[in-house]
Design a protein around this ligand. Structure first.
Ligand code: XMP
Length: 519
C-alpha cells in the first residue's frame, strides 16, 4: 500500500481517497508509527498529511526520522512537509505571516519529477502559519509564493518530496497531478488498483476465511449491506443467506426493491421477517429520540436472532443444519478510522448501524468493505451488476422513518410520511437533482399543528419538513439550494395529495450546528 501518515487534521482521509482515485491502494496510519512498523507494512510510498500543530510547539506530533532513511519514496504535505524539513536538517520559521485559501505559487526553473509538466505559475490551496525558510542540504527548491520562499522541495535522488500547499484539495488547480507525479513517476507505482482488483482480492479473502461454513447477512436496504452481501455471495454462493427485517419503518417501495430487484440481480437467498407489529408495539407512546433509537436497535437484534435461529431449525437434517458461524457486516473504512482503528486520534463517534450486533454474539465477522470508502463501494456494486436503484441510493438511517417522525410513531403517521417522502423523492429524481444532493430526509412534525385553509374550510394539520443536504461524507453538510420551482411542485403535491398535511417547510441549517436527521 501507500501509507498516509495522519498528523491529526481531517485531511488524511481526503489524501487517502485521492491516492485511490489515482488507482493506487492507500491506508491511513497514525503519526506515532515507527520506522520498523512502517517497514513491516512494505509500503511502496508514504504521504505525510497536514496537521493543526506548529512543528516547534511542545508536544507537536513528530515523525520517526528513520522513516525517511528506509529508501521508500515520501511526499510531505503542509505540516508533513515542515516536519520533513526539520527532520532532514532544513529550517522552519514562525514568520507570523499566514497564508490561508487560494494562493499563487511560482515554480522555480528546476527539473523535477514532482512538478513535471506543470505551468510555471498556478493557484494552490494553502493553510499554514509557519513556513520552511531553508530547504535541507542537497534538496532543490521547486516553488515559492509571496510569503513562502520554499513552497516545495525535492531530492529526486533520495525520492523525498514536499509541498506546502494541499494537493488533495480540489481548489489546488494541479493538485491531483502532483499526487500522480509522485505516485506514478517518482515512486514508480502502477495505476492498477480498481474495483475489479478489489473484488478479486476480497473474494479470495472471504473464501479463505469462511471455508465451507454458513454465513448470514442482515440487509438494511442500504448500499453498504447490499454490496457486502453481493461480494460474499460471489465468494461462497448459497452458503450465504440474507435476512431482511421489515420493521415497518421503511420508505415506500423499499421492501419490494430489495425482494425483487436485488434478488433478481444477485440470486441471493433471502428471508424477510415481518416485524412491523413487534416494532410499533415496542415504540407505542415513546417520543424521546434516543429512547426510540434504543428500542429500534434492540428489536432489530431480537428479530434478526430469531430469524437466524429459525433458519437453522428449518434446515435440520439437511446440509444446512450446521450452526451459522459467520456474520457479514457492511463496515466502511471511515467507520474504522473514526473509531480509532486507523489514526490514533480521538474517537470522534462510535458508529454502529441498526444492523450492528452486540459483542457477545457468537458470530465471526466478515467485513469485505472495511478498507473502502462509500464511492468505492458504489463502484464495486456496479461492477458486481447490482441495479442502480440499489447502488445509487442515497443514505437512509437504519432506524428509518422512526426517527423522522417528531413525536410518537404510529402506523397512520408512517403512512402519511411515506406518501410525502415518495412525492419528494419522485420530484427530485424527475428534476435530475439526485446527483446534487447527498440525501433529503422528509420529516413529519407530528407534535406540531398549524392552521390552514384548504378547499372551503379551515384545516388544523401537520407540517412536513424537507431537509435536502449536500455532503462529502455526512460528517459535515450544507443545505442544498434547490430550485424554487422544484420546491413549489413538491409543496403543492404534498399539501394536495397527503391528507393531514397543510404546510411544507424547508430546513436551511448546515451541519454543524444541525445534524442531518432531526432525531
Ligand atoms: P446525522 O443525523 O448524525 O446523520 O447528521 C449522519 C448520517 O448518518 C445517517 N444516520 C444513520 N445511519 N443508523 C444508520 O445506519 C443510524 O442510526 C443513523 N443515524 C443517522 C444519516 O441518515 C446521515 O446520512
Amino acid at each position: 500500500p501507500v501509507l498516509v501518515v495522519d498528523f491529526g487534521a481531517q485531511y488524511a482521509q481526503l489524501i487517502a481517497r485521492r491516492v485511490r482515485e489515482a488507482n493506487v491502494y492507500s491506508e491511513i496510519v497514525p503519526h506515532t508509527i515507527t520506522a520498523d512498523e512502517v517497514a513491516a507494512k512494505e509500503p511502496v510510498g508514504i504521504v505525510l498529511s497536514g496537521g493543526p500543530s506548529s512543528v516547534y510547539e511542545e508536544g507537536a506530533p513528530r515523525l520517526d526520522p528513520a522513516i525517511l532513511d528506509l529508501g521508500i519514496p515520501v511526499l510531505g504535505i503542509c505540516y508533513g512537509f515542515q516536519s520533513m524539513a526539520v527532520a532532514l536538517g532544513g529550517e522552519v520559521a514562525q514568520t507570523g505571516l499566514r497564508e490561508y485559501g487560494a494562493t499563487d505559487v511560482t515554480l522555480a526553473e528546476v527539473e523535477s519529477t514532482l512538478l513535471a509538466g506543470q505551468p510555471g505559475s498556478q493557484t494552490t490551496w494553502m493553510s499554514h502559519g509557519d513556513s520552511v525558510s531553508k530547504a535541507p542540504a542537497g534538496f532543490d527548491v521547486l516553488a515559492s509564493s509571496a510569503s513562502t520562499p520554499v513552497a516545495a522541495f525535492a531530492s529526486d535522488e533520495r525520492r523525498l518530496y514536499g509541498v506546502q500547499w494541499h494537493p488533495e484539495v480540489k481548489h489546488s488547480d494541479f493538485g491531483q497531478a502532483v499526487l500522480e507525479n509522485f505516485l506514478h513517476r517518482a515512486a514508480g507505482i502502477p495505476a492498477d488498483w480498481n474495483s475489479g482488483s478489489v473484488i478479486a482480492e476480497q473474494v479470495a479473502r472471504i473464501q479463505a476465511q469462511v471455508g465451507s461454513g454458513r454465513v448470514i447477512c442482515g440487509l438494511s436496504g442500504g448500499v453498504d449491506s447490499a454490496v457486502a452481501a453481493a461480494i460474499v455471495h460471489r465468494a461462497v454462493g448459497d452458503q450465504l443467506t440474507c435476512i431482511f427485517v421489515d420493521h415497518g419503518l421503511l420508505r415506500a417501495d423499499e421492501r419490494a426493491q430489495v425482494e425483487k430487484d436485488y434478488v433478481a440481480a444477485t440470486g441471493i437467498r433471502l428471508v424477510t421477517v415481518d416485524a412491523e407489529k413487534q416494532f410499533l408495539d415496542a415504540l407505542a407512546g415513546v417520543t424521546d429520540p434516543e429512547q426510540k433509537r434504543k428500542i429500534i436497535g434492540r428489536e432489530f437484534i431480537r428479530s434478526f436472532e430469531e430469524a437466524a435461529a429459525a433458519l437453522v431449525l428449518e434446515a435440520s437434517g439437511s446440509d444446512d443444519s450446521e450452526p451459522v458461524k459467520f456474520l457479514v457486516q457492511g463496515t466502511l473504512y471511515p467507520d474504522v478510522v473514526e473509531s480509532g482503528g486507523g489514526t490514533g486520534t480521538a474517537n470522534i463517534k462510535s458508529h454502529h448501524n441498526v444492523g450492528g450486533l452486540p459483542e457477545d454474539l457468537q458470530f465471526e465477522l466478515v467485513e469485505p468493505l472495511r478498507t473502502l470508502f462509500k464511492d468505492e463501494v458504489r463502484a464495486i456494486g456496479r461492477e458486481l451488476g447490482l441495479p442502480e436503484v440499489i447502488v445509487g441510493r442515497q443514505p437512509f438511517p437504519g432506524p428509518g422513518l422512526g426517527i423522522r417522525i417528531v413525536g410518537e410513531v404510529t402506523h397512520e403517521r408512517l403512512e402519511l410520511l411515506r406518501a410525502a417522502d415518495k412525492i419528494a423523492r419522485t420530484e427530485l429524481t424527475a428534476a435530475g437533482l439526485d446527483g446534487e444532493i447527498w440525501q433529503c430526509p422528509v420529516v413529519l412534525l407530528a407534535d406540531v399543528r398549524s392552521v390552514g385553509v384548504q378547499g372551503d374550510g379551515r384545516t388544523y394539520g401537520h407540517p412536513i419538513v424537507l431537509r435536502p443536504v449536500s455532503s462529502e461524507d455526512a460528517m459535515t453538510a450544507d443545505w442544498t439550494r434547490l430550485p424554487y420551482d422544484v420546491l413549489a411542485r413538491i409543496s403543492n403535491r404534498i399539501t394536495n395529495e397527503v391528507a393531514g398535511v397543510n404546510r411544507v417547510v424547508l430546513d436551511v441549517t448546515s451541519k454543524p450546528p444541525g445534524t442531518i436527521e432531526w432525531e
